[in-house]
Design a protein. Structure first.
Length: 161
C-alpha cells in the first residue's frame, strides 16, 4: 500500500493489537487495519493453528502483521501482547449460551481492560453485540438504541435467546 499522506505515514508507525485475530470479526479488523497502514499484532491462543493461516495471506501481512500467543485468562500474556501498542481491539470473546463460558468472557474482558491500562494503551475498542441491547420486549421496536439500552436479563433467561 502506498503511504502518500502524512496521516498514512503516522499510522504506519502505530501498532494496534487485535485479540482473537483469527476469528470471524478479528480477521476483518486485521484486514482493515493493514489496509489502512497500521502495524498489527494479532493474538491467538495458538498462533500456529491452521485456522489462523489465512491471516498471513492478507495484503500487507508480510511486512506489518505479527501474531503472538495470548489467553484472555492469562494476564501476563495480555500485558506482553499490548506492549508498545497504541490501540487494542478486544474481539476475543466466546460467543455462546454456555454458562461455563460466561465467566471467561467477563473475566477475560476485565483482564484486557486492566492490562491495556497497565501498558499505557491509548485507545481500547470492545466488540459488543446487538444481543446485548436488543432483547427487551418492553421497548417499542421504534426506539433508537444507544448506550442506555440493555437486553432484559429475565426475558433472555426465560426464552433462551
Ligand atoms: N459474528 C458476528 O456477526 C458478531 C456481531 C456482533 C458482535 N460480535 C462479537 O464479536 C466478538 C467475536 O465474535 P466472532 O464471531 O468473531 O467469534 P469467533 O469467530 O468465534 O472468534 C472468537 C475468537 O475468540 C478467541 N478466544 C476465545 N476464547 C479465548 C480465550 N480464552 N483467550 C483468548 N482468545 C479466545 C478465539 O481465538 P482462538 O480460539 O484462536 O484462541 C477466536 O479467535 C464476540 O464478542 C461477539 O459477540 C460478533
Amino acid at each position: 500500500m502506498a503511504n502518500n499522506s502524512s496521516a498514512d505515514k503516522q499510522r504506519a508507525q502505530e501498532l494496534v493489537c487485535v485479540t482473537g485475530a483469527g476469528g470471524f470479526i478479528g480477521s476483518w479488523v486485521v484486514k482493515e487495519l493493514l489496509h489502512r497502514g497500521y502495524r498489527v499484532r494479532g493474538t491467538a491462543r495458538d498462533p500456529a493453528d491452521r485456522k489462523n493461516v489465512h491471516l498471513h495471506t492478507l495484503e500487507g501481512a508480510d511486512e506489518r502483521l505479527s501474531l503472538c500467543r495470548a489467553d484472555v485468562l492469562d494476564y501476563d500474556s495480555l500485558r506482553a501482547a499490548f506492549d508498545g501498542c497504541h490501540g487494542v481491539f478486544h474481539v476475543a470473546s466466546p460467543v455462546s449460551n454456555d454458562v461455563e463460558l460466561i465467566p471467561v468472557a467477563v473475566e477475560g474482558t476485565r483482564n484486557v481492560v486492566n492490562a491495556a491500562a497497565d501498558m499505557g494503551v491509548r485507545r481500547l475498542v470492545f466488540t459488543s453485540s446487538y444481543g446485548a441491547v436488543h432483547m427487551n420486549p418492553n421497548r417499542s421496536p421504534d426506539t433508537i438504541l444507544d448506550e442506555t439500552c440493555w437486553s432484559d436479563y429475565e426475558f433472555c433467561k426465560q426464552t433462551g435467546v
